[in-house]
Every structure is written in C-alpha cells, then in structure tokens.
Design a protein around this ligand. Structure first.
Ligand SMILES: NC(=O)c1ccc[n+]([C@@H]2O[C@H](COP(=O)([O-])OP(=O)(O)OC[C@H]3O[C@@H](n4cnc5c(N)ncnc54)[C@H](OP(=O)(O)O)[C@@H]3O)[C@@H](O)[C@H]2O)c1
Length: 272
C-alpha cells in the first residue's frame, strides 16, 4: 500500500475507523482523502487524521487507486450514479455498504472492478472481522489492496461467492448482538442467583473475554475446549444439558438462518 492512494466516499464511523487503521499501519496522510456532505464530519476526520477532505465526491476520487464507498446503503444508488462520469476504469471500488450487490453497483457505476465487503461493528475498535468478495475484473494486485485496507480494522477473509456474504452477515455482521444478548441474559441470571448486578456483569464480561482469548489462542476447536471444562456430572455439564434440552443449537441455526434470509431480502429491495 506504500504508493496506493485511497479516497473515502462518506467519512462517518466506519470510514474514520478504516482511516485510523491505515494511518496506524503507516500510510501517509497524503495517500488518503475523504468526502462527506457534513462540514463537522469533514473537520473532525481531517483534524484527527491530517487528511484532505472534500464536500464534492468527484473531487475526492481524482487520482485515487482505490475508492471506498462508506455511505449508508440507502445512499448508495445516488452516490454511485453521481460518481459514474468521474470514475476511471482502473479505479478499484471497495464497498462496505451492507446489502448492496455487485450487480447493483455495476448497474449504477458501469463496469468497474469491485470488492464488496461485510465488516462488523468491532472494526470501530480495530477488532473486527470482514468477509470480502471480488468480481472477475479485480486484479491480483487490487485484491491485495482491498485485503490490506480491511485488515487495518481486523481480520479479512476472502469468499468464493457473493451469496456467502449473506452468511457472513448472519454470523459476524449481526454476531456482536448475539453475544451482547448472551451477556445480558447471563448477567440477569447471575443477579437472580443472588449476585449484585455490577458483579454479575463484570463476571460475565471477563468470562466472555477470557473464553474468546482461549478459543483464539488454542490449537483445538471450541467443542474440544468445552469438553475439557465439562467434567462428568459436574456443574458445567448440568448447565450445558439444560441449554441442549432447550434446543440451543437448533435455535442458533434458526436465528442465523433468519438473519441470512433477511440479508438476501434487503439486498433485493436496496438493489432496485
Ligand atoms: N458501523 C458498522 O459497524 C458497519 C458494519 C458493517 C457495514 N457497515 C456499512 O458501512 C457503511 C457506513 O456506515 P457508518 O456506520 O460509517 O455510517 P455513518 O457513520 O452514517 O457514515 C456515513 C457517512 O456518509 C455521509 N454521506 C451521506 N450521503 C453522502 C454522499 N452523497 N456522499 C458522501 N458522503 C455521504 C454521511 O453524512 P450524513 O450523516 O450527513 O448523511 C455520513 O457521514 C454503511 O453502508 C454500513 O452498511 C457499517
């Protein structure tokens, strides 16, 4: 990325996080530009990261190798159609907008090399994970650029098909909320068992963090880790049996299926 010039269209939360990540990785401020209609947003992002900002999207992409579309999905059609006359065929378009397909972008932008990504909220803390899909027109060098861009805010994983982005949305895109739900439920259950709420919350959060660290640093999978902490007829087994009697696995499968279905449905609606 040492010579890559990147333009962000939309300088909101996700763009600011990516810009911060890129700067932390050593990209020069002069390599990055951003455009946004909000004067306060432009002042904030240029103040924090020392980059040049623009009110005009076409001006921001002039001379860029990579154009990152970081506006809300609802704004994508208008933004793409307005950018179309200014885009050069070699410019890589990276979209982080949820639910906007490559076919829709090609329709609005013309034939451009496109990488469509699905990051998640922890990207704001550079602890995210993203699924990436590239169209046929994307070169090996451009794949590398997109991967380095998303790696600035966490893990970046390539997908074989665009449809898999619906599954990524279901697993990691919406995933932080599932863990928040479990944290809420465990905290409430701890309180019911007689703990002060604050203690129950701290125990739950530190346990979530510790378990995630164990699972990411271990060379065995989560199922094996669970077996290792589940003694026969012990306390953990009592809880796990109770989860399973309530259909835990089937419920998780159903919930993620509903999210994937909704993701495909939204892509259909937003692509009109
Ligand atoms: N945040 C996440 O965790 C997350 C996760 C996965 C995917 N995403 C995707 O990332 C994208 C950005 O999300 P975000 O959370 O960063 O949203 P955000 O904070 O609202 O940022 C979007 C920015 O784009 C600006 N904008 C609106 N119209 C524009 C235009 N025509 N040209 C240039 N900029 C324009 C907005 O300005 P105004 O506010 O003035 O309209 C806003 O500053 C979304 O498509 C979302 O689906 C986000």
């Amino acid at each position: 990325m040492s010579n890559t010039r990147i333009a962000f269209i939309g300088a909101g939360n996700m763009a600011a996080s990516l810009i911060g990540g890129l700067r932390a990785k050593g990209l020069d401020a002069a390599q990055i530009r951003a455009s946004d209609p909000g004067v306060d947003t432009r002042t904030r992002v240029s103040g924090e990261h020392g980059i040049e900002t623009f009110a005009d999207n076409a001006q921001a992409i002039d001379g860029a190798d990579v154009v990152v579309l970081a506006v809300k999905p609802q704004a994508m059609k208008a933004v793409c159609e307005a950018l179309r006359p200014s885009l050069k065929p070699h410019q890589l378009v990276v979209s982080i907008a949820a639910g906007i397909t490559c076919a829709s972008m090609n329709k609005w932008l013309g034939e451009q090399p496109i990488v469509r990504c699905m990051p998640n909220t922890p990207a704001l803390l550079r602890q995210g994970v993203s699924g990436l899909f590239a169209t046929q027109q994307v070169s090996a060098g451009q794949r590398q650029q997109a991967e380095e861009l998303l790696s600035a805010v966490g893990l970046a994983l390539w997908l074989e098909t665009e449809q898999q982005l619906d599954a990524v949305t279901a697993v990691s895109g919406s995933g932080p909320a599932y863990f928040f739900l479990l944290i809420e439920a465990m905290t409430a259950a701890g309180e019911k068992l007689g703990l002060p709420r604050e203690i129950a919350a701290k125990l739950t959060l530190q346990t979530a963090l510790g378990a995630a660290h164990m699972a990411t640093s271990s060379d065995v999978d989560a199922a094996e880790l669970r077996r290792r902490v589940t003694s026969p007829a012990g306390t953990t087994e009592a809880a796990i049996k109770s989860f399973q009697a309530g259909g835990f696995e089937a419920l998780v499968e159903k919930a993620l299926g509903a999210a994937a279905h909704r993701s495909a449905e939204m892509a259909e609606q937003l692509g009109q």
